[in-house]
Write a protein that binds this ligand. Structure first.
Ligand code: MLT
Length: 405
């Protein structure tokens, strides 16, 4: 009889957003007349922009003619997109990343989950707490997280870096040195962002101790403050210690289109001198056939002048939602943060409710779906996340419902 990978059997419950989806589906089945406002998963609601739509159509038309038809994409990405990324996301910020250090993929979720594969099974990982649950879950799948401690609600071998109201939701450098450090800035779920000097400290720490930083910058387009870096490579020495992951989902509305990329600089080497770049290329080439041509042309369009203007407008539109939620909840007396450099609002649950108690309460009393903070890590207990990605109408109505609680 076959046996399963025991690491997978250690996973606790289903994935956070699947758990929420199941709960909401069952609630809706029991309450068919109740109209819900969904501010849970960070999924965009605005349509794709005209420039992107045009590029998609044009790429589909190319597929109709034998001369311009495309089959398998290059596994690391088309040159046209890698060049556009290098020029706009990096050179435009005074950062030197070459196109062949960019690995195009179908999104930041897969990359942030898969990247751990190239590291030793006994690597010690450090994560912000709370943070995007994919990091810990995928390390559990890889057998790297030890035994779950029921009393602390955390995995034994993981270094949790509490991000609480006391430290303004930013992690402190850990005393115990990790091999792999996951940083997500702007952070999902708290919305906090690392300032330049704080991020430089992490880069210096990683270089000093021989750790690697996996920097998830999926929300960089939402940064509004000048002293918050958009890329870790804005910090001196980051090319020898950091991998950066980016997404087209949240800035250009590609959650359903699927496109992202990961930067692995050639200067990033393991202790034995092996370049991570060649290892990730080997992995990518073996397990991945490349993001589709049509999507990559759409991604290229995001970097045109019109594309950039449209993306900025899209981001501002969502950030107006964030402002409405922040202001409305503050007025109602909630303790809130985030929403300035990120499309997420992080709130303290009222009356010492647990995160899941508040989830049920909000669903029942206001018909609003949010995300329980404890799903992002033990320090998220007693907190709750709302997304600014809803429609304007639903956002306004949600704030009214909050006020009426
Ligand atoms: C979230 O809601 O945290 C994100 O949408 C999940 C994701 O990007 O995969």
């Amino acid at each position: 009889m076959f046996k399963l990978n025991e690491n997978y059997l250690k996973l606790r419950g289903s994935y956070l957003f699947s758990t929420i989806a199941k709960k909401v589906a069952s609630y809706s089945a029991d309450n068919p007349d109740k109209e819900l406002i969904r501010l849970g998963i960070g999924d965009v609601t605005r349509p794709l922009t005209p420039t992107v739509i045009h590029a998609l159509h044009a790429a589909v038309d190319e597929m109709a003619a034998a001369e311009t038809f495309r089959g398998y994409a290059p596994d690391l990405g088309y040159e046209f997109l890698r060049k556009a990324i290098a020029e706009h996301d990096f050179a435009g910020r005074g950062v030197s990343i070459s196109p062949d250090e960019i690995f195009v993929s179908d999104g930041a979720k897969c990359d942030s989950g898969n990247i751990q594969e190239i590291f030793s099974a006994d690597s010690k990982i450090a994560v912000c707490d709370p943070v995007y649950p994919v990091y810990v879950d995928t390390n559990v799948m890889a057998g790297r997280t030890g035994v779950f401690d029921e009393t602390k609600e955390q995995w034994g071998d993981v270094i949790y870096m509490p991000c609480t109201a006391e430290n303004n939701f930013t992690p402190a450098l850990p005393e115990e040195v990790p091999d792999i450090i996951y940083l997500c800035s702007p952070n999902n779920p708290t919305g906090s962002a690392l300032k330049k000097d704080a991020l430089q400290q992490w880069v210096d720490y990683a270089n000093k101790h021989g750790s690697v930083i996996i920097f998830d910058a999926a929300y960089e387009a939402y940064i509004s403050e000048d002293d918050v870096p958009h890329s870790i490579y804005e910090c001196t020495g980051a090319e020898s210690c950091a991998i950066e992951i980016r997404s087209f989902s949240k800035n250009a509305g590609f959650t359903g289109v699927r496109l992202g990329y990961t930067v692995v600089p050639k200067a990033l080497k393991a202790s034995d001198g092996t370049a991570l770049h060649s290892l990730w290329a080997r992995r990518h080439g073996t397990k991945y056939n490349g993001a589709p041509y049509i999507q990559q042309r759409a991604g290229e369009a995001v970097y045109t002048k019109e594309g950039q203007e449209e993306v900025r407008a899209l981001v501002s539109w969502y950030m107006e939602n964030a402002r409405l939620i922040l202001d409305g909840l503050k007025e109602k007396g909630f303790e809130v943060s985030g929403g300035v450099n990120a499309p997420y609002i992080w709130l303290k649950t009222p009356n010492n409710m647990t995160s899941w108690e508040f989830f049920d309460y909000l669903l029942e009393k206001a018909g609003i779906v949010g995300t329980p903070g404890s799903g992002f890590g033990p320090s998220g207990e007693g907190y709750f996340r709302l997304t600014a990605f809803g429609s304007r109408e639903n956002t306004v109505r949600a704030v009214e419902r909050f006020k009426a609680l």
